[in-house]
Design a protein. Sequence first.
Length: 165
Amino acid sequence: MLSLFIKLLFKINLMNSLIKGALMVLALVPIFIVSFFFYKAEQSKKMSPPSTLKNHQLAKCGQKPNCVSSFQHKTDKEHYIAPMKFNINPIEKVDVFLKKSCQLVSSTETYKHYECQSSFFGFTDDVEIFFKDNKLHFRSASRVGHSDLGANRKRINQLKQHLIK
């Protein structure tokens, strides 16, 4: 009887050890994931991609869903964002809006390049604005990662709302 009790106690202790180990792993996984995101955010801050403005056009987006561009083909719903028409150059009004949360990297009378950081992890995105033929063109792209969860599109849409006012 005593040996049965000892075997049962041993099995319970073994189960408790396994449960404790599993709980420890479950607790560590989110820590590793969050650490990875902070690492990638730091990487994005150290990068300094050049302007994508070439031949009076901003670059199109790649395959990743972390970019929007008004030079993208209209059928590409994931990456295309419409330019805005203006009779005069609104680039100074753009500056007022984006300087609140972004750093100006380079600027001309018709072109501006900003670096913007996400609020929580601090991922760096590049935002480019280009005024050509009475149209204000946009490009906003994440430097790292696969998806931006719609952050670049949201930023440009907020800018557009500001410009309408």
